[in-house]
Write a protein that binds this ligand. Structure first.
Ligand SMILES: *Cc1c(COP(=O)(O)O)cnc(C)c1O
Length: 366
């Protein structure tokens, strides 16, 4: 059986270091906002190439705090329209709603699954104040084109980088440093995964960093002095400590993902299957390797019969979810087609070449 994602195997190489670190933390007896969080914020800002990193409780909160931070700074106002990719994970859209803003779903490019700059440009209205680019499945969105649109209309450009830790553009700039502010999730299954919930914000904007530092800790700038109506959304010491250990291996583990994707791209030759388009180098870090096929459910069942487990990201588009009923009225045909056809193949840094070959052979026999 080839599992879709073996988290136990992924974390096994870090077990000894984790246990040693756990002892240190228990000995110290300091569990919230201490040395480990501070070290992670500094390490991750350095890794992404940004001035600031603020650890928070999860990726959804990271995005909500960016939007609320910009509302406090007067850069956004409740009711403003925010462009989001129509085919994103629902969290992107929930964050916009949570902040009191209006999500405007825009169709993706079906070959890369990322925001289509042409559709984005034609969706800007006088109410539009921000674009959230999602680096979906681990591939950088076309940030150069989106940034041109944002500059032209004076919009904020925000990255939802929850699936793209470490992805690099041609100039070597990483996800998290390509916009005004970026949100990350360290949910266990992500490319940089904690052993529980965790998230972060990266930005070069001093004012935003200051507001978010307060907002995520009860709106407090100094202890027991509250300048904002904040929340409790902190990264805790244990998760930060584990992330510090795993960050050192992130590039190597992304390179392994890229290697596996290269094998899939070179050797899957079944005409019934469309492979994803991706740029060179490390612009796609393959959080997921997503193929498309007309009879998706049939292919998934066939692969299961061959001992290969796959997943669908995502079976239902956000605008067709019951929770969002009444929010979006126009049809989104590209998005709807994508959701009916996508299938995520197993990919992870701990997959062996032999397992990859078995997946390729099964797909070519289908
Ligand atoms: C995982 C994910 C999130 C949310 O992260 P959590 O840590 O689960 O809150 C947001 N956006 C995208 C694109 C994601 O994949």
């Amino acid at each position: 059986m080839i599992s879709f994602l073996d988290l136990k195997k992924i974390n096994a190489p870090y077990e000894v270091a984790f246990r040693e670190k756990m002892d240190v933390i228990l000995q110290k007896g300091w569990f919230i906002l201490g040395d480990e969080v501070q070290a992670f914020e500094s390490n991750y800002a350095g890794y992404c190439g940004t001035k600031h990193c603020i650890g928070v409780a999860n990726g959804l909160d990271a995005l909500v705090l960016i939007l609320k931070g910009y509302i406090h700074l007067g850069r956004l106002t409740k009711g403003d329209a925010v462009i989001v990719p129509a085919n994103t994970f629902i969290a992107t859209i929930l964050a916009v709603l949570e902040a009191g803003l209006v999500p405007v779903p825009v169709e993706p490019d079906a070959a890369t699954f990322n925001l289509d700059p042409k559709q984005t440009a034609s969706s800007v209205t006088k109410n539009t104040k921000a674009i959230i680019a999602v680096h979906l499945y681990g591939q950088l969105a076309d940030m150069a084109a989106l940034s041109t649109i944002a500059k032209k209309h004076n919009l904020l450009l925000i990255e939802d980088a929850a699936q793209a830790h470490g992805a690099k553009d041609a100039a070597g700039n990483r996800a998290g440093s390509l916009s005004d502010a970026a949100s990350f999730s360290f949910y266990p299954a992500k490319n940089l995964g904690a052993i529980g919930d965790a998230g972060a914000i990266t930005t070069n904007d001093d004012d935003l960093a200051k507001v978010i530092h307060a907002l995520h800790n009860y709106g407090s700038t100094t202890k027991y002095k509250h300048d904002f109506i904040g929340v409790n959304s902190r990264l805790d010491e244990i998760q930060a400590a584990f992330l510090n250990i795993k960050l050192e291996k992130l590039d190597a583990s992304n390179r392994r993902r890229i290697g596996i994707a290269g094998m899939y791209a070179a050797e899957i030759s079944n005409p019934k299957i469309s492979l994803p388009e991706f740029g060179p180098g490390e612009s796609h870090v393959f959080h997921l390797y997503v193929i498309r096929t007309a009879d998706r459910d049939g292919l998934q069942q066939y692969l299961m019969s061959q001992g290969i487990s796959t997943q669908v990201h995502y079976p239902v588009a956000p605008h067709q979810q019951k929770a969002l009923e009444g929010w979006f009225d126009s049809p989104l045909p590209i998005t709807e087609k994508i959701h009916g056809e996508v299938l995520s193949l197993p990919i992870s840094p701990v997959m062996t070449d032999n397992e990859v070959r078995l997946v390729i052979a099964a797909l070519n026999r289908y």
